[in-house]
Design a protein around this ligand. Structure first.
Ligand SMILES: *Cc1c(COP(=O)(O)O)cnc(C)c1O
Length: 214
């Protein structure tokens, strides 16, 4: 099932007109390492996780395979060390303080940690992320870091205006020639995100099925 779902999603991405390279990040929150292994066997390499403890268990179980791990969940200060030690990408940086900690805690033997600024593109009170008007002051601050590198932006738009918000994100990225990454689009809207410039789409339900929270 998971293999078929992945094939269907890849076909859907290919079916959308786009010129950028798009990488599918399989979001495995609440799903087992065995589920992820099925995706790996079907050629999937990039995985996204929201909950640190759960992620660390799966990273340990799957460690002998060449995977790319993306942290996409809310980040508490006391979790930055383990995130810096175990992930390749962090999509959900929304404060300089968190970036500073990740930079300080990234082990020296590893490649630079790739980070994205999460943008609260629709100014929603309930969502994390930096506001659009704060981006311009924040981006240059990342130049001080030696062990992390800002690559672009991530957003979770309001469902009623996803396309408009994806377009707005794409316009923001264009202002920064040194940045190349837009993480946007989930099961409900990844086609629209690809059409509007996403380079990472983060898909969970359409790959692994509905999540059950116990
Ligand atoms: C859960 C989650 C996803 C995947 O959502 P689906 O609707 O299951 O595809 C993507 N991004 C983030 C930040 C998530 O928390």
């Amino acid at each position: 099932m998971i293999a078929q779902n992945l094939a269907k999603i890849r076909r859907r991405i290919d079916g959308v007109k786009h010129s950028q390279q798009v990488t599918l990040v399989a979001v495995g929150k609440t799903k087992s390492a065995a589920d992820l292994q099925q995706a790996i066997d079907a050629g999937q390499r990039h995985f996204g996780e929201n909950y640190l403890q759960e992620a660390l268990e799966k990273i340990e179980i799957l460690k002998n395979q060449a995977l790319v791990w993306h942290f996409i969940g809310a980040i508490q200060s006391n979790k930055t060390k383990a995130i810096a030690q175990n992930f390749d990408w962090v999509h959900s940086v929304d404060q300089l303080k968190i970036a500073q900690r990740l930079n300080h805690q990234r082990p020296l033997g590893l490649k630079k940690l790739n980070v994205l600024l999460q943008v609260n593109i629709d100014h929603e009170a309930t969502k994390s992320g930096v506001l659009v008007e704060d981006i311009e002051a924040l981006v240059p601050q990342f130049e001080q870091f030696q062990h992390i590198v800002l690559r672009g932006f991530m957003c979770i738009p309001h469902p009623n205006q996803a396309e408009q918000s994806f377009k707005a994100m794409s316009n923001i990225l264009k202002k920064y020639p040194n940045l190349d990454t837009l993480s946007m689009g989930m099961s409900a809207d990844f086609d629209l995100a690809v059409k509007n410039g996403a380079t990472f789409v983060r898909v969970g339900t359409d790959i692994f099925g509905q999540r059950v929270y116990s």
